[in-house]
Design a protein around this ligand. Structure first.
Ligand code: C5P
Length: 274
C-alpha cells in the first residue's frame, strides 16, 4: 500500500490580471505548502473509495470527488485498469481556499504513479493534474512556486522553509467559481520580482473583496489574525481560510491559543511552511 501526504496549499499573494475568453482568469500567485494536510492511501484491488477524518462528512455525499476523478483520468491517460482501493483522511475543511480537493487529487496521482513505477515528473502525470483543476499541478509539484496562467504554469521559488504559519477558517464554505465571478475586473498590477517573502508583503489577494461579499466573516478573521501581530495575515485562494505567518513557533502558538479560546467554533491549524 502507498501512503501519500496531501499538504494544504496557501496563496501568499494572488493577483488577478484579466478574464480570459474561456471564462478562466489569468493570474499571478505565490503558492506555498504546509507540512500538514490530508492523507491518501492506495493499493491495487476491487475499486473502492473510503473517506474518514474530521471533515469526512462534508464529502460523503459528493459522487464526483476529485480523488476518484484523479484515479479515472490516471487510468485513462496511462491506459491502465482503474482497480484501486483508495482511502482519504480528510483533515482540511472543504471549499476553503487551501486546495484540499486539489491536494487530494495530486496525492492520488502521486500514489498511483508510485504504484506503477511512473516517475513523478512524467509529462502525462502533469497533464492529468492540469485536466483536474487549476491548482492541481501546483499541488503535484508541492513546493513553493510562482503560478501564472490559470495557476498551472509554475516557476520554483525558495526562501520559505520552516516559517511558522497559522490557518484559520470560520466554518463557511465558499465556491471558487462564485468568487471569481464577483471579481471587479480591475487589473491592479503584477506580483513583480524579488525574494518571495518581500513579494508576499508587497502583494495582495484580489479575491479577498469578492470573497468578503459572499462571506463577510472573512473581515473578522483577518482582524483577529492581525491583532496577533503576525509578519503577514491574508486570505488564501478564494477563501474563506486566512493565514498568518509568524517570526517564531512561540508567537504562532500564543496566537493560536488566544484565537481558540475566543472563537471556539473556528478551525485553526498550526503548521510550518515547507
Ligand atoms: O480550475 P478549477 O476547476 O479548480 O476552477 C474552479 C472555478 O474557478 C472555475 O470553474 C472558474 O470559474 C474559476 N477559476 C477562474 N480562473 C482561474 C482558476 C479558477 O476563473 N485561474
Amino acid at each position: 500500500m502507498i501512503t501519500e501526504r496531501a499538504p494544504a496549499k496557501i496563496n501568499l499573494a494572488l493577483h488577478v490580471r484579466h478574464r480570459r475568453p474561456d471564462g478562466y482568469h489569468e493570474l499571478e500567485t505565490l503558492f506555498a505548502f504546509l507540512r500538514d494536510g490530508d492523507e491518501i492511501s492506495a493499493e491495487p484491488g476491487t475499486a473502492s473509495f473510503r473517506i474518514d477524518g474530521p471533515f469526512a462528512a462534508g464529502l460523503d455525499a459528493e459522487a464526483d470527488n476529485l480523488v476518484t476523478r484523479a484515479a479515472s483520468i490516471f487510468a485513462q491517460r496511462f491506459a491502465i485498469r482503474a482497480d484501486y482501493v483508495i482511502a482519504l483522511t480528510k483533515n482540511l475543511p472543504i471549499a476553503s481556499g487551501i486546495g484540499g480537493g486539489s491536494a487530494d487529487a495530486a496525492a492520488t496521482l502521486r500514489a498511483l504513479a508510485t504504484l506503477h513505477q511512473i516517475p513523478l515528473d512524467h509529462p502525462t502525470l502533469f497533464a492529468c493534474a492540469d485536466a483536474l483543476g487549476s491548482d492541481v499541478p501546483a499541488c503535484l509539484y508541492g513546493r513553493s512556486a510562482l503560478g501564472t496562467g490559470r495557476g498551472e504554469q509554475l516557476q520554483p521559488l525558495d526562501g520559505l522553509s520552516d516559517i511558522a504559519v497559522l490557518l484559520v477558517n470560520p466554518g463557511v464554505a465558499v465556491s471558487t467559481g462564485a468568487v471569481f465571478q464577483r471579481w471587479d475586473g480591475i487589473d491592479r498590477g503584477p506580483i513583480g520580482a524579488g525574494p518571495i517573502l518581500e513579494l508576499a508583503h508587497r502583494g495582495r489577494n484580489d479575491l479577498e473583496p469578492p470573497a468578503r461579499l459572499l462571506a463577510p466573516v472573512i473581515d473578522e478573521v483577518i482582524r483577529v489574525l492581525e491583532a496577533t501581530e503576525p509578519m503577514l495575515a491574508r486570505m488564501s485562494g478564494s477563501g474563506a481560510t486566512c493565514f498568518a505567518l509568524y517570526a517564531s513557533e512561540a508567537d504562532r502558538a500564543a496566537a493560536a491559543s488566544a484565537i481558540r479560546a475566543d472563537r471556539t467554533d473556528w478551525w485553526c491549524l498550526e503548521s510550518t511552511l515547507v
